[in-house]
Design a protein around this ligand. Structure first.
Ligand SMILES: [Zn+2]
Length: 102
């Protein structure tokens, strides 16, 4: 019998995969015009407060920072790059410097 923690992780991964598959189906069903309208309305705007995001160089990646709520957003693949470079210890220091400088 597996430990409970592993069962919880398995259930969580299964649920996450089901939700992602459902969202992918919904996105595929949306028309091209609707996709374009949504992209134009939301591109480079904070998903939390709606303000315009600014781009900040942070080590090996360029992060999107909200000047209003201080949220930090990553594009696809950037988290992997950050994790790969984390051993050098510069990412969190740079993020902290960017956020404190505002
Ligand atoms: Zn924001």
């Amino acid at each position: 019998m597996k430990p409970k923690k592993h069962e919880d992780e398995y259930v969580w991964v299964e649920e996450l995969q089901q939700r992602m598959a459902k969202q992918q189906k919904e996105q595929q069903a949306a028309s091209a015009a609707e996709k374009l309208r949504l992209k134009e309305a939301h591109w480079m705007h904070c998903p939390k407060c709606g303000q315009k995001l600014s781009m900040e160089k942070c080590g090996a990646v360029e992060i999107d920072v909200c000047p209003s709520c201080k949220g930090v957003w990553l594009d696809a693949g950037e988290l992997g790059t950050i994790v790969e470079n984390a051993a050098q210890g510069s990412f969190f220091h740079n993020c902290l410097r960017i956020l404190r400088g505002r």
